[in-house]
Design a protein around this ligand. Structure first.
Ligand code: 13P
Length: 338
């Protein structure tokens, strides 16, 4: 696969003012989200919900791509149009989650390593045939009293680098996601140190595995205070710490960085992204690949009437896309909040 095509896809994913909508919840994760709002987790409800999101009018004004779960990549609209066709016709790049989730790392209590490398070459070839242009793998880095260890971080980086190399072999852009989890009472400095060590390890592993950075996208977590930390860092502190951390660890040849929302409120996710782009002067575009911060308000409304509230829920999706698209340009202001 030529690097030009990978680079073209990667650049399109982070086109100015556009980001990614992450709708790649596994069936067990979407069940938790549906349970929370009282929707039965049937295949048809999952399909209908994903159709609502993907068919949002003018979604591509601020969304360049969507990450899907395996089941969704194979589904169609009610009228029989494959989701991948709907997306490509509407200028949205299809992405696919290819990892098989985190499992406890033997010998390292509290730490996990993401599985899914076995058979990945064949799965990627099929995903490419089905129309996937990029693929996501999420590593989970937990923060506790005596972890993460360098062994835990390096095990995850090794898996990310091997998955990324396999993606590029298949002509698919890897979206490498090392998520430093915000659960815990740690302070922002601890999050900074863990994120810095994680990104250093990741880019070292990608270099050793011959991954072409020009054809890769980083999906990063922001540098934040732990959820239960008494001293919560403000918007400017988060923006400044995240940029300082990324600038010292992420090569400038990477086409772009997108952030996950990771349990932040919708407002905080947008404000943090905007603040980073207001500071500016970065070697890469900084955009979003939000799951919860793109969907939660729309899911809440849809759940109240899954037949009658489709258009109203789509309006909320469009609104969140617009706000985050403006934040990716540093042009979001509080009066725009829905
Ligand atoms: P959140 O934005 O809800 O964290 O989801 C993004 C994602 O894809 C996590 O892997």
């Amino acid at each position: 696969m030529s690097i030009d095509l990978l680079e073209e896809t990667a650049l399109a994913m982070v086109a100015a003012g556009k980001g990614i909508i992450a709708i790649d919840e596994s069936n067990s994760t979407i069940k938790k989200r549906f349970d929370a709002v009282g929707i039965e987790c049937t295949e048809e409800n999952r399909r209908a919900y994903r159709e609502l999101l993907l068919a949002t009018p003018n979604l591509s004004d601020h969304i360049s791509g969507a990450i899907l779960f395996d089941e969704t990549l194979r589904q169609s609209t009610r009228d029989g149009v494959p989701f991948t066709k709907l997306m490509l016709d509407n200028g949205i790049l299809p992405g696919i989650k290819v990892d098989r989730g985190p499992q406890p790392l033997a010998g390292f209590p509290g730490e996990v390593v993401t599985e899914g490398l076995d058979g990945l070459r064949d799965r990627l070839a099929e995903y490419a045939r089905l129309g996937a242009r990029f693929a996501k793998w999420r590593a989970v880095i937990n923060i506790g009293e005596d972890y993460p260890t360098s062994t835990g971080i390096d095990a995850n980086s090794h898996a990310l680098a091997r998955y990324a190399a396999l993606c590029q072999e298949a002509g698919i852009v890897p979206m490498v996601e090392p998520e430093v989890i915000m659960d815990g009472s740690h302070d922002i400095d601890t999050c900074f140190d863990v994120t810095e060590a994680t990104l250093r390890s990741l880019f070292d592993a990608m270099y050793k595995h011959n991954v072409m950075l020009e054809g890769s996208i980083l999906k990063a977590s922001m540098v934040l205070s732990g959820k239960d930390c008494e001293d919560q860092a403000g918007v400017d502190e988060v923006a400044e710490a995240t940029l300082r951390c990324l600038k010292s660890t992420v090569p400038a040849s990477l086409p772009g960085i997108v952030f996950l929302s990771g349990g932040q409120s919708d407002r905080a996710a947008t404000e943090h992204l905007n603040a980073m782009n207001v500071i500016g002067g970065n070697p890469w575009p900084l955009s979003f690949s939000y799951g919860r911060a793109m969907q939660s308000a729309a899911l809440q409304l849809w759940s109240q009437d899954i037949h009658g509230n489709v258009a109203a829920a789509q309006k909320i999706v469009a609104q969140r896309a617009r706000e985050n698209g403006l934040a990716a340009l540093g042009r979001w202001t509080a009066d725009l909040a829905g």
